[in-house]
Design a protein around this ligand. Sequence first.
Ligand code: NAI
Length: 335
Amino acid sequence: MKIAVFSAQPYDRQYLSERANQSVHKHELIFFDTTLHSQTASLAQGCDAICTFVNDQVDQQTIDNLPESVKLVSNRCAGFNNVDLQAASKRGITVARVPAYSPYATAEYTVALMMTLNRKIHKAHDRVRDGNFTINGLMGMDMFGKTVGVVGTGQIGAIVTRILSQGFRCKVLAYDVYENPEVKQMENVTYVSDIKELFAKSDVITLHCPLTKETQHLINEEALGMMKPGVLLVNASRGAVVDTKAVIGALKKRKIGGLAIDVYENEGAFFFRDFSDSGFDDDTLARLTSFPNVIVTSHQAFFTREAVLNIAQSVFESVDMFQAEGKVPEKNLVK
Ligand code: NAI
């Protein structure tokens, strides 16, 4: 198959090409640095499939502008909030994703973000590099015995819960629209039926739900108002689960003790690109990065060797089956 790969980074080129070469079928990959949107859709001219990532916009307009030859969208991530499934289905386009490439990658990174924020390791690192060996202002808190709220206890949230409840011996308050039986059995974990209880009682809150209509701006002014003063917030799910402007307000009022995010509402315009020479034009992001108690990383929680290998593997599972049978494995199918 001829496949247009959008948002292609050097590691995508390497891992996808290597995996394509091992495939039972012959595939031609055409890599584009650019993200996919309505104006770039025509780049897939002559292709049978497109391979997209988190910030590629597979919306109605893009789908309208895709060449007729494109019959498969292979999203090389777990989330699929970037794809208009109805529009794809209407055009007879199959949509695949990578349902699980390594939930450990994102879960372990979340805990790293949480501990960096709590123990101010980002600031300590800068100080020492600058020859400043003082520790004033770097005081953190023991995680042992603290209450951590985990919103979303699917694959990633469950691993985060296990690390926190069994490793750190935190008390975990879990919230999900479906309770995970594996999480329910864990020691030091209690499910709450009302998310407000989690907001009110947690010292740290970490988000692991998908972005849906229900979770968009779940962390808004009202939710922030219910939280304990000094709460630490961590988001490695999707940017728009947090209302960034409301969080900036809470940071300014010192209502929240810190924020660590790997995702940002408007990340599509900036993440995975280098603006170090030109500067970036986003006042909200600039304000966020100006707080000493805010850590922003650019959507790298997934980024381990194991995860990238598994992503390439899963993409070609879908592509190979689609070529042979005109469908993708049920576990990868998005409908
Ligand atoms: P999953 O589907 O296994 O788990 C999501 C959980 O959220 C499910 O248990 C679901 O019931 C729950 N949920 C749905 N609506 C909810 C609501 N309104 N309130 C509370 N919980 C709700 O997904 P997985 O693999 O654990 O991933 C979670 C999210 O993490 C993904 O949707 C994706 O957005 C994000 N992610 C971020 C990565 C990164 O690099 N920063 C990498 C991979 C995933």
